[in-house]
Write a protein that binds this ligand. Structure first.
Ligand code: SF4
Length: 100
């Protein structure tokens, strides 16, 4: 699971996180827009199979980490949720053009 949280992040649910042992760079994507998009989708794929995604998402919405993908949402998407403007789409699957 990505680092960067406060005390709540050390709660027991993290032991079941699908991101444990994964490349955490995908959760904090850098690079040009295409790279950022591709890495974000990789993170969302991991979140989509995470048994504690709902808990992680609730934590991220409550604690508002400024960066990173948590609970299958980017920081921008979390802002949309908090503002009531999120369309309700779940973690996005990579398209063929994302694979490059
Ligand atoms: S939802 Fe994503 S970021 Fe959160 S614990 Fe699961 S895999 Fe990690």
């Amino acid at each position: 699971m990505p680092a960067g949280g406060g005390e709540s992040w050390r709660a027991d649910w993290r032991a079941d996180a699908a991101c444990v042992g994964e490349n955490l760079e995908v959760f904090f994507p850098l690079g040009d827009q295409a790279t950022h998009h591709a890495l974000s989708n990789q993170a969302k794929e991991i979140c989509a199979r995470c048994p504690v995604m709902a808990t992680c998402r609730a934590w991220a919405l409550r604690t508002s980490p400024e960066f990173g993908i948590f609970g299958g949402l980017t920081a921008h998407e979390r802002r949309l949720v908090r503002e009531g403007r999120w369309s309700g789409q779940g973690p996005r699957r990579a398209s063929r053009t994302d694979a490059a």
